[in-house]
Write a protein that binds this ligand. Structure first.
Ligand code: PLP
Length: 363
């Protein structure tokens, strides 16, 4: 079976983990600080905070945006439930905007229509790693005076108009979960634009306690805000660090596969490719296509030992988000057609050939 995903594990991971496990410090410590600096340098940004998952990063970003009881957050419908569940934890309401047919990303025009006096933030997702229309989104956010939170779980290493995702808006959240471009087994990163938000986030990820505080902890130290146990530990940070060394190679291999898919599948009847904009570089986490008769497509691929997957379904249909199929014309239109085909750095050229041949012959 040609699988949709395969975790990428560097050969350096096991020896590095063996070393850190021999030390006396496996909790949050120097390895965490080092990997944050490394990440900042790699992507030309500052204020990167490691956390234990992208979900935690998203929750912290909402807290740091002061989203609370009764507020509204403009949200993307087509994404992992993890993107939007933290909005509920803040007792706020996700207001789903429609998506664009050529990218499945949130549509700035729809965002604009959904704004109300209660809108406190815009939470977007780069579907499959393809950057959203950031200029359009930032313009709306600036006019309204609200922050933009990017769920970049699919978009590590992606670029929008020559700028790395992570350097653009108020908050960017990355995932290092098992099947992302690179993994630290589980883990995440929150990048904050504003230094005060970063400082507050640093406290909140560890109960609200200042870990750098030196002095009489009983009498002088004050916990001023109830935080969370969201920090990363040194074992995970060690894993993340060696994995980051291979990110460029992993993403280059993903890009190569995507280029082959694009070349070979652009003129297959009954199959539409998403746009893949020239002026931006996708994180290439998913290769999503639109097909007619999706069930038949899935079966045809399965009969040829190739896995396909929708990966995420629209969030509005989950009972926690209201359980109703909302009037989102493009979302409604593509709902029955989108499907992703295998994409990971472990695919061989023969695997890619087989996927292409199967689709060209069988579809
Ligand atoms: C778009 C998106 N956001 C958030 C998450 C959650 O990431 P994590 O597992 O690191 O919390 C995922 C996980 O797959 C995802 O696909």
């Amino acid at each position: 079976m040609i699988r949709m995903f395969k975790p990428y594990i560097s050969e350096k991971a096991a020896p590095a983990l063996a070393e850190i496990l021999k030390t006396d410090w496996i909790g949050q410590g120097p390895a965490v600080n080092r990997v944050e600096k490394k990440f900042e340098k790699m992507f030309g940004l500052s204020s990167a905070l490691t956390v234990n998952s992208c979900t935690s990063a998203l929750h912290l970003a909402l807290v740091l945006s002061n989203v609370g009881d009764g507020d509204e957050v403009i949200a993307a419908p087509l994404t992992c439930s993890a993107t939007n569940i933290p909005i509920l934890h803040q007792k706020a309401k996700p207001v789903f905007a429609d998506i664009q047919k050529d990218s499945l990303n949130i549509d700035p025009r729809s965002i604009k229509e959904k704004l109300t006096p209660r809108t406190k933030a815009i939470l977007i997702v780069h579907w499959g790693g393809e950057p959203c229309d950031m200029d359009g989104i930032l313009k709306i956010a600036e006019e309204k005076g609200i922050p933009v939170i990017e769920d970049a779980a699919h978009a590590l290493g992606a670029k929008y108009k020559n700028r790395y995702i992570g350097t653009i808006s108020d908050f960017t959240c990355f995932s290092f979960q098992a099947i992302k471009q690179i993994t630290s087994v589980d883990g995440g990163m929150l990048v904050c634009k504003d230094h005060d938000a970063y400082k507050r986030g640093k406290l909140l990820r560890w109960y609200g306690i200042d870990r750098t505080f030196k002095g009489d902890i009983y009498w002088k130290f004050k916990v001023k805000e109830a935080g969370f146990k969201y920090h990363m530990n040194d074992v995970t940070a060690t894993m993340l660090s060696v994995q980051l060394d291979d990110l460029a190679a992993v993403n280059a291999r993903r890009r190569e596969i995507v280029e082959r898919y694009r070349e070979s599948l652009s003129n297959v009847p009954g199959l539409t490719l998403l746009r893949g904009k020239k002026e931006q570089e996708s994180g290439n986490w998913l290769f999503t296509i639109l097909v007619e008769r999706r069930d038949d497509f899935i079966k045809m691929m399965k009969d040829n030992d190739i896995e396909t997957h929708m990966v995420h379904i629209r969030c509005d249909v989950y009972p926690i988000f209201g359980g109703k199929r909302l009037q989102l014309p493009v979302m409604n239109e593509v709902e029955a057609n989108y499907i992703s085909i295998p994409l990971h750095a472990g695919l061989t050229d023969e695997d890619v050939d087989k996927v292409i041949k199967t689709i060209r012959k069988g579809w």
